[in-house]
Design a protein around this ligand. Sequence first.
Ligand code: MEV
Length: 318
Amino acid sequence: MTGKAILFGEHAVVYGVPAIAIPIDRHLSVEVIGSGHGPELAADCWKVAVRLDVEQPDARALQQAFGLALDLTPRCPHRIIARVDSEIPRSAGLGSSAALSVALVRALAGYAGESLAPDEELSRAAEIEKIFHANPSGIDHSVVAIGRPIVFRKQGGAEAGVDLGRIFKLVIATAGSHGGTAARVQALARRRQSMAELYQNAFAAIGQVVERALLALKKGDAAEVGALMDFNQGLLNALGVSSPELERGLGVAREAGALGAKLSGAGGGGAFLALCDDDPQPVLRALRGAGFEPFVTTLAPDGQGKALIEEIGQAARR
Ligand code: MEV
């Protein structure tokens, strides 16, 4: 199960604008094994283990998520340990909670011998995501479950796969923690109240960026995709969701030759993406030199995204 990044359209997606999300090359897995006691969720990677029969104020969200995942899988025995192994940084906008939600749903259902239709898997993961995010658009757990680049709209879910005319190489890094997606989404909602029309126009412009980006991705026009990332970042700045540390990272990446760069996810810190020409090394080196810990994610044309989304659509219609 991979983490995720939002390539275009975060925040505006909460207000009905389509967005583009991609899986990233950082993974999370959940393995369920039988145990003498339980249930227990053991996440050594996050230095936390939760049980359901003790108060754990520091890990309340994880406890609630685990409890709900078990409630949603009534046939799953309770004498179990669910082991989480993750290389996705937490609270960084890279989809660790979405990946955990989907992986837990899958692993518990698998252990219970249940075979889940894709839409049932998505709706269970959506319930769990609400514990972490309050009012998520659904883009995060959808892309994680589908595992391929998607166009997503809040009302319609994953609408289509993304056509890629060439390989795109992205460098991803984080600028600290984003301090919680729910808090960022709620703060933006408050700012929007006093400037409703301006925010509406910014969301509409982001929608146009997404439409153009889909064409540029399909054409394989990396220069245009990069320019659109910069444009989207300008609009995210206008919405007030960037941060000085994010801007520093974006500046370093652009100086080192990135074709474009933007924050990804809730903002205020957390992840950012830089699109590279064929060789990502100069951007990687520059970001490392500036104290970031970047990694590369490659988007390759595979033609399977559309087929998968069609399958999910059919499952939803059954
Ligand atoms: C978070 O990855 C993306 C946001 O648009 C929130 C959401 O869509 O739920 C900021």
